[in-house]
Structure formats: C-alpha cells, structure tokens
Design a binder for this molecule. Structure first.
Ligand SMILES: NC(=O)c1ccc[n+]([C@@H]2O[C@H](COP(=O)([O-])OP(=O)(O)OC[C@H]3O[C@@H](n4cnc5c(N)ncnc54)[C@H](OP(=O)(O)O)[C@@H]3O)[C@@H](O)[C@H]2O)c1
Length: 308
C-alpha cells in the first residue's frame, strides 16, 4: 500500500488564503495544457475550486477562516499548484465568497465556465434586453451557462446542440430556439438577424456568424483555431464587431478586471436560481485521469466535478 508522508500545511503570506478544497471541476484547458507538454509542467491539474478558508495572510481583510469561498484561474502559468488537491494557497484576486445556498460542487462547476459566459455576454457583447443572442453548443460547460445567462438577460436565445437529449436540456435552460449543429441547412434555420453570437469554434463558424448577424452585431469568440473564413465584405457592410477573449487573462494580467468581480456576479445568480450549473458526473481525486479523458472525448451536458 502507498505510504503518504504527512506534510505541513503551507502558511499563507500577504494577500493569500489557505483554502481546504471540498470540490473542483475540470475544464478542457486542464487536459489541453497537459497535452501541450513540458513548458507547462510540472503542474497539479485543475483550475476551479470551492472550499473553506483555513487561514489568511497578513494583508487579507475581506476573508477570514471559516469562510466558504470559490475561485478559478489556477490553470494559468501564474500558478504551479492546481485545484485537484486537499489544500490550495491562492491570492484573493481570484476568489469570491460562496453564498451559503450554493453547494461546493455547484460553485466549482460554475467558476471558470460561468466567468467565461459572463465576460462574453456582459462585458464584451453588452447584451441588451431587447436583443437576440445565438450560443453555439448550448449544453457544453460554458454553453449551458451562456444559454441560461442569455435567457435571463435578453428576449430571444437561439442555440445549437448535438442530440435529442441535449435539445430537451437546452430548452430547459431557457433557449427559445434549439437547432442541431449538424443540420446542413443550419444557416437557413436562423430566421432572424442575431445581435450577439458566442462562438467556441471560430475556425468553423466565423463565416456563418457573419451571415446570421444583424447590422451592428457582436461576435464573441472564446475558443477555436486559425482558419479561413468568408464574409469579410458582408461583415463590414453590417458594421460587425469581433471580440476575441480569454478569461485566463483575468488571472494572468494585472491590467484587467480581477476574477473575483465576475465570479461574485455569477455565484450570486446561481444563489438566486437564475443560472443552474449542471453536474453530469461526480468523481473522486483518484479518478482524475478518467476526468481528463472524458473532458476531451465524451459528449455530456454540463460539467464534471471532483469532490475532495
Ligand atoms: N478562452 C476562454 O476564456 C475559454 C474559457 C472556457 C473554455 N474555453 C474553450 O472553449 C471550448 C468549450 O469549452 P467548454 O468547457 O464549454 O467545453 P465542453 O464542455 O467540452 O463543451 C463543448 C461543447 O461544444 C459542443 N460541440 C461539439 N461540436 C460542435 C459543433 N460542431 N458546433 C457547435 N457545438 C459543438 C459539444 O457538444 P457535444 O456534447 O454534442 O459534442 C459541447 O456541448 C473549449 O475549447 C475550451 O478550451 C475557452
């Protein structure tokens, strides 16, 4: 049997918190970074966490031991220690209070994906109540929260999914129109100009996005590879804006909003029942390798979480 040595818990310094992790979730970036290899290793996996503050550094005033908290951003190169462990030492700028009514698992599930959805729809697109929003892939980790957020903010939410089960789920999340992403007539099925489009496969869909956009539309892309696209002239004629965003910048740069701000907003919406993060499966820490496989290969609705 494996003998584990007891190690002293780290002492948080300055603006840091020592958090006893109760739940974490996995995101595609965790598995991709492992695959990218040595430049990003060694590193403990995991970005999102929710848990209880054990102790605080000398400069911390907003948190105290015993507080329930949630955070994200540990996947970035700023950190070597990810969230798949019993304790994390983290700076306060990536942490928010976890409302009492939100479980550790739902907090962890909502963190990175929820901040991404919030940044895309609120901070980049500025989605307005009378507008129409199209979310590609409305049952993914980010997509299912973006659909719920869009349904809360705007009049009309259109999304795409891959299966009948996902169609039902996306309708429950509040989508007004649910289309199949493999429909060869997809573009023709969008029967109104769209103000805001949230895209995680920009190499595949930029031309499509331009085609369905309303005059003055905003396309927010948060993932995808390099690629060719059609529609440059049409895009100019519609005065379109293309926003290219990465929530990781909130953790790794000092000249952006801190993660705690959008994360607090997201957790507040979860507490009020406005958005409801779906947990597809719960794992234990020794199943982390299986989570890395599943996040890249499997199709499921919502998020995979690990309880610690
Ligand atoms: N830059 C950022 O700030 C940021 C933040 C978060 C995530 N990301 C990136 O964004 C991507 C999505 O993240 P995630 O956590 O939502 O991943 P995810 O949970 O794996 O969700 C991906 C979704 O895409 C759907 N999909 C598959 N093929 C599609 C197609 N042809 N058209 C439309 N949708 C399709 C999948 O549906 P099926 O289940 O039917 O396959 C699934 O629902 C990943 O590449 C991730 O690394 C970037």
């Amino acid at each position: 049997m494996l003998e584990l040595e007891a190690v002293d818990r780290p002492t948080p310094k300055g603006d840091e918190l020592l958090v006893a992790v109760r739940a974490a979730s996995i995101n595609p970036t965790d598995a991709k970074r492992r695959q990218w290899g040595p430049k990003h290793l060694p590193k403990t996996t995991g970005s999102d966490f929710a848990g209880v503050v054990e102790s605080v550094g000398d400069h911390v005033t907003a948190f105290e031991s015993g507080d329930r908290v949630c955070g994200t951003g540990l996947h970035t190169d700023r950190f070597q220690q990810g969230s798949f462990q019993e304790y994390v030492t983290v700076p306060t700028d990536i942490v928010a209070m976890l409302p009492d009514s939100v479980s550790f698992k739902r907090g962890a599930a909502a963190a990175l994906a929820g901040v991404t959805a919030w940044r895309a729809l609120v901070d980049h697109a500025g989605l307005e109540p009378a507008e129409t929003c199209f979310v590609h892939g409305g049952t993914g980790g980010v997509g299912h929260l973006a659909v719920q957020l869009s349904a809360a903010l705007s009049t009309d939410t259109i999304t795409t999914v891959g299966t009948e089960e996902a169609e039902r789920a996306a309708t429950e999340f509040g989508a007004d129109t649910v289309l199949r992403y493999d429909d060869p007539e997809l573009q023709e099925s969008v029967d109104q100009p769209v103000d805001v489009i949230v895209d995680h496969r920009i190499d595949e869909y930029l031309g499509f996005d331009i085609g369905i956009s309303a005059f003055g539309g905003r396309i927010v892309q948060y993932a995808g590879e390099d690629g060719d696209f059609e529609g440059a002239r049409e895009g100019r004629s519609k005065n379109l804006s293309l926003h290219m965003m990465n929530m990781s910048n909130l953790a790794s740069r000092s000249d952006t909003t801190n993660i705690s701000e959008p994360l607090s907003s997201v957790l507040e919406l979860v507490a009020r029942g406005v958005i409801n993060p779906q947990i597809h499966q719960n794992y234990s820490l020794d199943e982390a390798a299986e989570m890395h496989r599943a996040i890249l290969e499997d199709s499921f609705i919502g998020k995979l979480v690990v309880t610690v």
